[in-house]
Design a protein around this ligand. Structure first.
Ligand SMILES: [Zn+2]
Length: 391
């Protein structure tokens, strides 16, 4: 279970009930269908307390009863599972060339998944207006489904500080931007909280909650966009660093005489192993074309992908030596190219990593990972006690 270190829950007396509600909610999420007695046995809370907490969760429509057990000795018990029908969590990823929006229900079920072309524009305001328009449409769609939006997290490729301000997003040309505040203003106070986080961090959260390696306690996610960022989960929690800027693997220098990077330096990993090393402009169509050429056995294309794979392997070897993850997940545009990328990458990791047995895999969440992670962060907030009030 991931705990968000952005939303610390003060442990004073008034929060004991909220904490217990979240304990029960998480138990139901992990063990449903389960009975009140199962919850009491599993959490150590006494039965009367569990009954009261479950009644509260049912009233908030976070949990519902689904009838009696059949195969149980003794008195049949009423079983419980997540409800969440009146709720939605939204995640939006802003990146070079596109915006992705997803909405999920309380149990993580996908309600909506959109991708729209996006250019940040000449002025910051244009980009914000474009993103706000997409958010408004997603929120309206949820309202039409009679769902209350629990929250929204926006994923941005760049340095996001602990307060959620965009300090630097070089590939979008953004600097010192209160993106959450600006979006709330553009949406005229939408009535749900807006958080902003780094795209790689959120994608790592998505892998941890929804991916093929869900539950992995030591996982590193690498974004495969124009930029390359790392989301680091160690010992079960996202590791953000002192200012929240951990994981900027894209600007490790691989070659002092390498190509120029958008950050102003040369030979950075993302200039040599980012998807921009293969493409002139980033578009799904162009990646599809490269995939098609590789599938057709085009030697020059395969050699270019393998070169990116080797460069990426140097970065993965550093990650493996430094953090000893059990799995490194490649995301974004690396996913469709993985069949040609991985062999070259793995050879480089084998040659350089002292720590053995790091698995490198392509994300099963594809291009939605960061947006899904945005929704996951909203669900994490609910799981840690920020429950919707009774309506
Ligand atoms: Zn750089």
């Amino acid at each position: 279970m991931i705990t968000s270190n952005i939303d610390p829950q003060p442990a004073d007396f008034a929060d004991v009930r909220a904490t217990n509600l979240s304990v029960v909610l998480r138990f139901v999420r992990d063990h449903a269908p389960c009975s009140r007695a199962d919850i009491a046995a599993g959490t150590g809370l006494n039965k009367a307390t569990v009954s009261s907490l479950v009644a509260d969760l049912i009233e908030r429509r976070l949990v519902r009863e689904i009838g009696l057990t059949e195969n149980r000795v003794g008195r049949p018990a009423i079983m419980l599972m997540l409800d969440g029908a009146p709720y939605a969590a939204i995640g939006v990823e802003i990146n070079v060339g596109y915006v992705t929006a997803v909405a999920v229900g309380l149990g993580g079920e996908r309600l909506l998944s959109w991708r729209r072309a996006f250019e940040p524009g000449q002025h910051v305001g244009e980009g914000i207006a474009a993103v706000a328009a997409i958010i408004r449409r997603v929120a309206n769609r949820m309202t039409k489904q009679n769902r209350q939006v629990l929250g929204l997290t926006v994923a941005v490729p760049g340095l996001i500080d602990a307060q959620g301000a965009v300090r630097l997003a070089p590939n979008l040309g953004w600097r010192d931007l209160d993106l959450g505040g600006d979006l709330a203003k553009a949406l005229r106070d939408p009535g749900f909280p807006i958080q902003v986080d780094n795209d790689a961090n959120l994608a790592a959260l998505a892998e941890q909650r929804f991916g093929e390696h869900a539950g992995a306690t030591d996982l590193v996610y690498l974004t495969g966009e124009i930029g390359v960022g790392a989301g680091v989960i160690m010992d079960g929690a996202l590791r953000r660093g002192a200012l929240g800027f951990s994981g900027e693997i894209g600007h490790i220098q691989l070659d002092a005489s390498g190509p120029a990077c958008r950050c102003g330096r040369v030979g950075c990993l993302e200039a040599m192993a980012g998807i921009g090393a293969l493409l002139d402009t980033v578009s799904g169509a162009e990646v599809e074309e490269i995939e098609r050429l590789a599938q057709a056995g085009d030697a020059a294309t395969i050699a270019r992908i393998e070169s990116v794979g080797s460069n990426l392997g140097k970065g993965v070897a550093i990650v493996a030596n430094l953090l000893n993850p059990s799995v490194v997940v490649l995301g974004g545009f690396y996913v469709p190219l993985a069949p040609w990328l991985l062999p070259a990458l793995e050879a480089e990791v084998r040659a350089r990593a002292i720590a053995p047995e790091v698995r490198v895999v392509a994300s099963s969440l594809g291009l939605d990972a960061a947006a899904l992670g945005g929704a996951a962060r909203v669900l994490d907030s609910v799981d840690s006690g920020r429950l919707p009030s009774v309506t």
